[in-house]
Design a protein around this ligand. Sequence first.
Ligand SMILES: [Mg+2]
Length: 233
Amino acid sequence: MGHVQPWRGSLRLPLVAQPSVPPSFIFGVDLDGVCADYTTGFRQIVAEELGVDVETLPLERSWDFREWGLDEADFERLHHLAVTERRLFRDLPAFDGCADALWRLSDAGIWIRIITHRLYVNWGHATAVSDTVSWLDTFGIPYRDICFLGKKPQVEADVYIDDASHNVKALRATGNPVIVFDQPYNQDMAGPRASTWAEVEDMVVELASQQNAVQPQLPGFDAGADRLIRRRS
Ligand SMILES: [Mg+2]
């Protein structure tokens, strides 16, 4: 008699070895500026801390926040405060369509690997990690594994999405395909470029199809990013 495979956690599905199943296609997904709207969330906190109207801090900003009048030390102080005291990573808004697109990609057999550089400074790791995982649950974002990185760019994905020019450059320099998620501060980067999660989904499906790694959604599985919440309740 066969045995049921152990369930390894809410989002970690047991792998089934079947000759007809092609190898997984891994999609490496950055969080800030790609899934989570860091600029909008951070802007609110900076405005409150500096005692200025939020409208005086433009959303069209450079990577170094010069339009907000911040120097490197200001940014470090405010980012630290935002993460550790204001719980930025728990409360950031999510970009439209992100969770639903990632669920459809996951249903198509694509392995979602969250890759975040949120530990790039040496403090607040416990809050940063726990708030990140809570945030992913809150917005119903699916993932098979998650990598918290400092500066190492490469974690063996078949395609990456990132908004930071230095990450895009580093990944491409080592031969990795990267989709640029459109932001005002990355306009210097060549495409492929996506402005919406619908575009991201199309690009990833196209790439995975070229590697014969897309599976049709199984019948009986409902679409929608809130499915786990519905299933749990
Ligand atoms: Mg980012």
